[in-house]
Design a protein around this ligand. Structure first.
Ligand code: IPE
Ligand code: IPE
Ligand code: MG
Length: 236
């Protein structure tokens, strides 16, 4: 492992390419998703080992509901299996689980599993694993605006007193800092609606590697390259 000055506080990953990975091997898309879950477990352990504070995994977007019903249902079942099989890992590594996104839309069995694992891990002091589920940046901003309109109706905020902090605090991610780094696998240069507000000054690392083939070494390389970048935040 490479020696870095200071562990990053927040890394986001757009885990893309499960379908293409399966297609390349003449397998079903569901088998690609299965391989993707295995990879997620490996990377969670690695990030925890690297003392990253928050790891956000984009697991299911608000737009992914438009996929065929069979694929959506496979993904929901895999989520449930992942949660139950990995609870011992979360306990061993002190991983705390939280979610962002409109999780009310998830089927009851998946919400039940989430609730169970979130409760069991809520006092853990290691890595916070943020699962983005039924998550979309625009949907999140819309829901945040709804909260702010309610605050305005109560007289807690108005157009003159409104600050960026009000918006930050109304987002699903109010508990964590903005990601310093976002990794996207499978070569696409787009955000696909991931953390739109929060990534204003995040650095991006795009790799051609399909998510099931991603490695802890590549994760380390992305962090190494992050440390070599000159982050100016609009200054000189
Ligand atoms: C990412 O892999 C997993 C989810 C979006 C749930 P994809 O299923 O998008 O894989 P590709 O992009 O079709 O290869
Ligand atoms: C982004 O991947 C969403 C997740 C990784 C959950 P998609 O495969 O849904 O994104 P697009 O369709 O390539 O933009
Ligand atoms: Mg994709």
């Amino acid at each position: 492992m490479s020696e870095n000055p200071k562990p990053l506080t927040h890394v986001g990953i757009i885990m893309d390419g499960n379908g293409r990975w399966a297609k390349n091997r003449n397998l079903e898309r569901s088998q690609g998703h299965q391989a993707g879950v295995k990879k997620a477990i490996e990377i969670v352990k690695h990030a925890s080992h690297r003392k990253i504070q928050f790891l956000t995994l984009y697991a299911f977007s608000s737009e992914n509901w438009s996929r065929p019903e069979t694929e959506v249902s496979t993904l929901m079942k895999l989520l449930q299996e992942f949660l139950f099989s990995e609870l011992p890992t979360f306990i061993e590594h002190q991983v705390r689980l939280v979610t962002i996104g409109d999780t009310q839309k998830l089927p009851l069995f998946a919400r039940g599993a989430l609730h169970h694992v979130i409760e069991k891990t809520k006092n853990h002091t290691g890595l916070t694993l943020v699962l983005a589920l039924s998550y979309g940046g625009r949907d999140e901003i819309k829901r945040a605006l709804g909260k702010l309109l309610e605050q305005a109706q109560k007289g807690d905020v108005n157009s003159k007193t409104l600050t960026e902090e009000h918006i930050t605090n109304a987002l699903d991610t109010s508990f964590c800092p903005d990601p310093e780094l976002v990794i996207r696998t499978s070569g696409e240069f787009r955000t696909s609606n991931f953390l739109l507000w929060q990534c204003a000054y995040s650095e991006y690392a795009v790799t051609e590697t399909l998510w099931p083939d991603f490695t802890p070494q590549e994760f380390d390389q992305a962090i190494d390259s992050f440390h070599k970048r000159d982050r100016r935040f609009g200054g000189v």
